[in-house]
Design a protein around this ligand. Structure first.
Ligand SMILES: C[S@@+](CC[C@H](N)C(=O)[O-])C[C@H]1O[C@@H](n2cnc3c(N)ncnc32)[C@H](O)[C@@H]1O
Length: 182
């Protein structure tokens, strides 16, 4: 399966927000925080070329589900080629996550992984997306955010009592990685 060129998409679509996909090191670092031993519902905002999605599909058990929400058409067309009944690909904006879950007969999720560029969004949109993410997350769930900018930290702390952070240098550019829990 030929992957779309992230750099070319970045030139055409500013919301792609990165010239390359996230490094395997960071993908593993974040996904290692997930308990794959039982059925889990996972949502991913901004899967891009699917570097997290494919790793998660490898690790998840057969009863689990992953709903990925992406705004870039090229990426969505490529992600639709992944043939796995546990995967739901949605061509939409992460802001609509609650409606997307409803259409798929879901309301709560165990984990959310987000790579969407919060720094490009208005303050109101960031607040709304973080609030919606909190509302759909199970009590023992985890919300993982990786970002070039640390602007999101304040918003996460406004809505989640437990926010831990890390700065990962094994990526170009280095990324802030946050884990938010209720
Ligand atoms: C920094 S890239 C991360 C891509 C991939 N997850 C990775 O780790 O390499 C951000 C992705 O979010 C997508 N995106 C931007 N805004 C979005 C939104 N509001 N909802 C869903 N996806 C969005 C972009 O098209 C892009 O694929």
């Amino acid at each position: 399966m030929k992957k779309p060129n992230v750099f070319k998409e970045f030139i055409k679509d500013k919301n792609v927000a990165s010239v390359s996909e996230t490094s395997k090191h960071i993908v593993e670092k974040i996904c290692n925080k997930i308990d794959f031993s039982e059925k889990k519902i996972i949502v991913e905002y901004g899967p891009g070329t699917g570097v997290f999605t494919k790793y998660l599909l490898e690790k998840m058990n057969q009863d689990s589900k992953i709903i990925i929400i992406e705004t870039n058409k090229e990426f969505v067309e490529n992600l639709n080629k992944i043939n796995d009944p546990r995967l739901i690909v949605v061509y939409d904006s992460a802001e609509n996550v609650q409606d997307i879950l409803k259409v798929n007969n879901l309301s709560k999720v165990d984990y959310i992984i987000s790579g969407v560029p919060f720094s490009f969004m208005s303050e109101d949109d960031v607040t709304e997306l973080i609030k919606r993410s909190r509302d759909i997350l199970n009590e023992d769930g985890g919300f993982f955010v990786y970002q070039v900018s640390s602007k999101i930290e304040k918003y996460l702390k406004d809505f989640f009592p437990h926010v831990s952070k890390d700065f990962a240098l094994n990526n170009i550019p280095p990324l802030h990685v946050y884990e938010a829990r209720k």
